[in-house]
Design a protein around this ligand. Structure first.
Ligand SMILES: Cc1cc2nc3c(=O)[nH]c(=O)nc-3n(C[C@H](O)[C@H](O)[C@H](O)COP(=O)(O)O)c2cc1C
Length: 247
């Protein structure tokens, strides 16, 4: 059920809301999500749920960061996405850098100036702008992240700012070194990276270093990482909507 706040009558299957209750709903929508867990604007659970869902559902991109032929990142990205899709507290979209197909950074002005000139930059900016948080699925290349992922990050600035991120990595040491370097990048683009991360071993989570057969324990790790990303993503969404970004 939708909440027609602009109309003179607000109703749901249980109540036609009183003026008093409508005012409370408006106040609730104005203040949430910071008060989401504490404040009950209306006795009608379906109204409360739909108002919450409509206004505060966090959108999260699961970004596949490797693009080479035969990559294992694609299977890992789909696995994360399938687990995430079972949740009801956020919306997820799989973003595959291979199909985004960005060239090497070709903008004449640094992205922090916000003067994007190329159609592919504008399209990438619009895509990233539509999310509140990110899960980066990254390989480890020479103890860092794949060049394609770094390039895609470097293309933009404001669209990343004041959002949250978590990581799923893989490699001989679980991709730990790649994520450590990625965390440094996150600081510069003002992304709050959560502590929990999922580290997949080339030796134990892949057969012949190729076929993805994850240990079942990693599903809980994905859930924990997503819990943190959703919590911080919601808090930062409130910050952005209040216009309190630190420029
Ligand atoms: C250019 C390159 C550098 C690599 N460097 C590392 C590394 O530093 N540490 C590591 O654990 N694995 C490294 N590997 C192995 C990768 O973890 C493995 O090939 C993995 O499948 C790469 O992810 P992808 O298949 O999604 O591209 C490297 C692979 C490539 C292609």
């Amino acid at each position: 059920m939708r909440v027609p706040l602009a109309s003179s009558q607000v109703s749901c299957k249980h109540y036609t809301l009183s003026l008093h209750c409508r005012a409370r709903v408006r106040r609730f929508l104005h203040r949430a999500p910071l008060q989401l867990r504490r404040h009950t604007p209306c006795k009608c659970a379906s109204l409360r749920y739909s108002a919450t869902k409509k206004n505060f559902m966090i959108r999260i991109a699961v970004i596949i960061g490797s693009t080479r032929p035969g990559r294992i990142g694609e299977a890992v990205g789909h696995w994360v996405y399938e687990i995430a899709q079972q949740r009801k507290d956020a919306e997820f979209e799989l973003v595959d850098l291979k199909s985004i197909n960005l060239p090497l950074l070709d903008e004449p002005v640094p992205p922090s100036m916000g003067k994007y000139s190329k159609p592919h930059t504008k399209a990438w900016a619009a895509k990233i702008d539509s999310f509140d948080a990110f899960v980066f699925v990254t390989a480890e290349y020479n103890h860092g992240i794949p060049g394609a992922l770094k390039n895609a990050i470097d293309f933009l600035f404001r669209e990343w700012n004041d959002k949250a991120a978590g990581f799923v990595s893989y490699g001989s040491a679980g991709g730990a070194r790649a994520v450590e370097s990625l965390r440094l990048v996150m600081g510069e683009i003002k992304v709050a990276d959560v502590r929990s991360q999922v580290m997949l071993s080339l030796f134990t989570d892949f057969e012949n270093f190729k076929d993805f057969k994850p240990d079942p324990r990693h599903e809980n790790e994905v859930a924990k990482m997503l819990d943190e990303v959703i919590a911080w993503g919601g808090a930062l969404k409130a910050l952005r909507e209040q216009g309190k970004e630190v420029a």
